[in-house]
Design a protein around this ligand. Structure first.
Ligand SMILES: Nc1ncnc2c1ncn2[C@@H]1O[C@H](COP(=O)(O)OP(=O)(O)OP(=O)(O)O)[C@@H](O)[C@H]1O
Length: 478
């Protein structure tokens, strides 16, 4: 699905390449975490997949296509198979939730009828049913990110790229976003997520590709953020049994926080030794040991407090915990109380604060933070995702569109737009109005200093900002 063959990316004026001879393959349906210290090359990796940038050397194949063979003109069509989510959401501040999601469809010329059906469906999927009329500033950070995710998946992309999607969110909200991403992955979308969040990676136990100075220094299945953080029994957060093994992973993450286990910067995936957590705790002679122990004690104490609150809450609410769900097609989760006690979120945040150890980052290892999101937080996050009907018209139509998009495509001419089921024209200026039949598409310039949102999302060829455009990207709105 995604293949890098000896890929090097050098930026002008930089002495070291951002990516240095990377060879890696990501298969259909995988959920992959891209981890590594700041500047290790994660965003460069994602940008290359999007064909936002060209490799200096090597070859990249995405969805069976050699990216070199895709002309600039055809890049927007290629990108329709890819959804992108950014740390700073990039919503359109002057459009409501519905219009922000609809935007992704209008830019590619979808009919009004399709938009009217697909957008509410997708908002329901991400747990924003009924919030279509809200403006971005009327939403919480987590809700804004869910709008961004809805926008990324509304056209049913085969690949979802997420660059630090939880970077601006609190632990509980982050857990909800991760549950959503996991469900999207369970429905068949390949997910590649760059992150610094050790807690999330440790809980999810998915494939981890670790970059260091532009090289892949670790590529492990069912792994944690740092070497040695392995939780053998769990492969799915969704199906996890509540309460199991929490202290162990907190211990591992706390030890990792002070570098008790480190990655050999020169090691390859083959020679990385995964040390059992207990052994690493016993054998650690790092000067950070005391700090690690403190962090561990703080984490476990917080966890005990959480259990106490959990017991109270459950007794009061008499909520039945969900049975472990099958990995492939999880059953809808049982309803939980709409509001958890405020004290709980506070304890989680306090735990994160107490567990965080102010330790200088070892440049040879991944910079690990104490767990922001624990397994408990993930489990307790309110369900955001409503399982779609087995079949429905929107899903079927979107599947056809995705299939069609993987075939060689020609740029939309008037005839092409009509063929694509458009209602008369191509909305190539992102204003929600179709381009009148016969009017040519916007000219494509080779380079543009600034990309509009449609261009960043890969929905339109780069042509530079245009006067009157209302799709300039924005950050979180608060
Ligand atoms: N457009 C650019 N021009 C010059 N250098 C760049 C450019 N983009 C990235 N770099 C450099 O390439 C290296 C890798 O950057 P990249 O953004 O891919 O890292 P990252 O792992 O995503 O970092 P972070 O976690 O901080 O986002 C860094 O040294 C960075 O300074």
């Amino acid at each position: 699905m995604i293949r890098f063959d000896s890929v090097t990316k050098s930026y002008p004026g930089q002495t070291r390449p951002a990516l240095d001879g990377i060879t890696v393959e990501i298969l259909r349906g995988e959920f992959v975490f891209l981890v590594g210290a700041s500047g290790s090359g994660k965003s460069s990796f994602l940008r290359l997949i999007l064909k936002e940038d060209r490799p200096t050397a090597g070859r990249i194949h995405v969805l069976g296509q050699d990216l070199r063979s895709i002309s600039t003109r055809k890049v927007p069509y290629f990108r329709r198979n890819l959804g992108v989510v950014f740390q700073d959401f990039r919503l359109l501040s002057n459009k409501n939730v519905f219009e922000n999601v609809a935007f992704a469809l209008r830019v590619i010329g979808k009919s009004r009828g399709f938009v009217q059906t697909a957008v509410p469906e997708t908002l329901k999927l991400v747990g924003l049913d009924g919030k279509g009329k809200r403006m971005p500033h009327e939403l919480s950070g987590g809700e804004q990110q869910r709008v961004a995710i809805a926008r990324a998946i509304v056209n049913k992309p085969q690949i979802l790229l997420a660059d630090e999607p939880t970077g601006n969110l609190d632990p509980v909200t982050s857990a909800g976003i991760m549950t959503l991403l996991e469900r999207i992955n369970a429905s068949g979308t390949t997910v590649v997520m760059a992150t610094h969040e050790a807690g999330i990676v440790d809980q999810m136990q998915r494939r981890v590709i670790e970059l260091s100075s532009g090289e892949v220094v670790r590529d492990e299945r069912s792994a944690g953020y740092a070497v040695g953080v392995a939780l053998a029994p769990t492969t799915s957060v969704v199906g996890a049994v509540p309460g199991d093994a929490v202290p162990t992973d907190l211990a591992a993450a706390a030890l990792a926080a002070v570098g008790a286990e480190s990655t050999d910067a020169t090691g390859s995936a083959a020679d990385v030794e995964v040390v059992p957590v207990a052994a690493s705790a016993a054998s650690s002679t790092s000067t950070g040991e005391t700090a690690a122990a403190d962090a561990l004690v703080a984490s476990v104490r917080a966890e005990e407090a959480l259990h106490a609150i959990e017991a109270d809450t459950d007794a009061a609410a008499t909520v039945t915990e969900p049975e472990p769900e099958p990995a492939k097609r999880p059953a809808p989760r049982k309803k939980r109380p709409a509001k958890r006690p405020a004290a709980k979120a506070e304890v989680v945040e306090q735990a994160a604060d107490e567990a965080s150890v102010d330790t200088p980052m070892d440049t040879g290892t991944v910079g690990v933070a104490a767990p922001k999101v624990t397994r408990k937080v993930m489990q307790d996050a309110p369900p955001l995702y409503v399982e779609p009907e087995e079949r429905d018209a929107v899903t079927d139509e979107a599947a056809e569109i995705t299939a069609a998009a993987t075939m060689p495509v020609e740029p939309l001419t008037t005839a092409g737009a009509a063929e694509a089921g458009d209602d008369g024209g191509d909305d190539d200026d992102g204003d929600g109005r179709d381009r009148p039949p016969g009017r040519p598409a916007a000219p494509v310039s080779a380079k543009s200093a600034h990309l509009t949102l449609a261009e960043r999302l890969g929905l339109r060829s780069p042509a530079g900002p245009r006067a009157g455009d209302d799709d300039q990207e924005v950050g979180p709105v608060k």
